[in-house]
Design a protein around this ligand. Structure first.
Ligand code: SAH
Ligand code: F3S
Length: 482
């Protein structure tokens, strides 16, 4: 059978989509190639959020195509995901060696399309159409990589954490963002379907689940085509499981109802979710943090800007004050909660004064970490045509200043952990140094440590933090075990 190599650009949703495609192909008999040089099929799962991400994927494909054309003409090349969705046929016109362009609602057709191309029945395939029910098709996992699980059932999986896609799309239409166009309208899977997938993962050794979507706090608000359409020929399920139907749903958003249902899974230790929208932090969700022990004390709260004027231009749907209010309530519910964010610098019309409000918000909130992005105009988004586009030099300068502030705050926050004892979930060997192991705290900080073997993978271990590096903690479980 052919071997496949999938390279992923962009967010965790993209990572998850790639995993599901790889798992579908493995189920059909494909093997996973360790590198593109050894693969019969090379797929790039793309991101369109910033121009840089698009250029990276196109540049990579140009290099691969040049090599393949010269040395291995039978290799099949494909683009998947967000850029494939927004550019479609244009990608093949530009890169004629590409055989397959598969949009964001079509991942589950990858195996069939590759079969047809490999068998020579079809030459080029571009499929970026909408497909009702596609939100429920990202469900396969690759916990054991390419290797079949041992019969004894004792072998720990390669992954003790897993991502579960709960919805697709976004209807917020922030004026800078291409996601509503590449991922489509919000469509949510049913709770029973999601819980069944989580249960299955836990029965295979998964201890921590991250619920994924572009705007998870809007989960279930617009229903979902899985309520109306048949998926894989099956009848649609109830959106809410019967045990939850009797609860007063007026007080709990569908997302919190989902958290409740996942929380009941025995053997699951930790629940995370990403990405929420600040406007979705109603009292029911804050209260869930106080009520549900498996919901870890960690929140990724994308703020984008500290200036009300810019937030309005961005169509974010909250003010600085409301955002600060949410942070305060979250810290009231869990004092040690880790809060990270996304910030855009140089949005059209952003003045020095606006930017300074972002700096002051960062200092006021004391984020544990922040992902900072220079504004990148995306075609067909309203912000791309707004007056006052900020020159690149100023965007870079603001990026630099904000980064310094975030790093300084991060250093202080990480130093506070030195000497503390904290629980980590052991994930596996460190990528940088496989002789060491890594895990994560509940507040989502990476901890690197010695004195533990691979048998500790999947265990919740108490470690004593001995040192703090740049957004990494170093710990010693041996000290605690004495
Ligand atoms: N809700 C999604 C948003 C996807 S985009 C998620 O968090 O996964 C991720 C981040 O990219 C956004 O929060 C924003 O900070 C940044 N971003 C989106 N569009 C951008 C643009 N046009 N220019 C710069 N940064 C952008
Ligand atoms: Fe994009 Fe805003 Fe949705 S950042 S993903 S349009 S919440």
């Amino acid at each position: 059978m052919p071997s496949v190599f999938i390279k992923t650009y962009g967010c965790q949703m993209n990572e998850r989509d790639s995993e599901a495609v790889a798992a579908q192909l493995v189920a059909k008999g494909y093997t996973l190639a360790p590198s593109e040089a050894a693969a019969d099929v090379i797929l790039l799962n793309t991101c369109g959020v910033r121009d840089f991400a698009e250029r990276k994927a196109i540049g990579k494909m140009q290099n691969i195509a040049a090599d393949v054309r010269k040395n291995r003409p039978d290799v099949v090349l494909g683009f998947l995901g967000c850029m494939a969705q927004s550019r479609g046929q244009e990608l093949i016109d530009r890169l004629p060696d590409v055989d397959l362009v598969l949009g964001t609602q079509k991942f589950h057709h990858a195996a069939d399309y590759l079969d047809e191309i490999l068998a020579g029945r079809r030459d080029k395939i571009v499929d970026v159409a909408a497909e009702p029910g596609s939100e429920a098709t990202i469900r396969e996992h690759l916990l054991y990589g390419n290797v079949a699980r041992n019969g004894d059932g004792h072998r720990p999986p390669l992954q003790v954490t897993a991502f579960v896609s709960i919805m697709q799309g976004c209807n917020q239409y922030c004026t800078f963002c291409i996601v509503p166009y590449t991922r489509g309208e919000e469509r949510s899977r049913g709770i029973a379907d999601i819980v069944a997938e989580c249960r299955q993962l836990v029965s295979q050794g998964v201890k921590e689940i991250t619920l994924l979507g572009q705007i998870v706090t809007s989960y279930g608000k617009r229903g979902g085509s899985s309520r109306e359409a048949k998926v894989d020929g099956r009848e649609p399920e109830n959106f809410l499981p019967s045990t939850l139907d009797s609860r007063p749903s007026t007080t709990k958003s569908p997302f919190v109802q989902l958290l409740d249902a996942v929380h009941e899974i025995e053997g699951l230790e930790r629940i995370r979710f990403t990405a929420p929208h600040p406007k979705g932090y109603g009292d029911d969700l804050i209260e869930a943090y106080a009520r549900l022990p498996k919901l870890v004390e960690s929140a990724h709260l994308p703020v984008q800007s500290g200036s009300d004027r810019v937030l309005k231009l961005m169509h974010r749907g909250y003010t600085r004050e409301r955002f600060l209010g949410i942070v305060k309530k979250l810290r009231g519910a869990r004092s040690d909660i880790g809060i990270t964010t996304d910030i855009i610098v140089g949005f059209p019309g952003e003045t020095e004064d606006d930017f300074e409000q972002t700096l002051s918000l960062a200092r006021e909130v004391q984020f544990d970490n922040a992902y900072i992005f220079k504004y990148s105009p995306r075609r067909d988004t309203p912000a791309a045509g707004m007056p006052g586009q900020v020159p690149l030099k100023i965007r870079e300068e603001r990026n630099h200043r904000l980064l310094e502030t975030i790093n300084e705050i991060g250093r202080r926050k990480y130093d506070l952990f030195i000497g503390r004892r904290t629980q980590i979930l052991v994930e596996g060997p460190s990528k940088k140094n496989p002789a060491r192991m890594t895990g994560r705290t509940r507040c989502n900080k990476i901890v690197v440590f010695d004195h533990a073997g691979r048998e500790h993978r999947g265990q919740l271990l108490d470690v004593k933090i001995t040192r703090a590096g740049s957004f990494t903690l170093y710990g010693d479980p041996a000290i605690v075990n004495l």
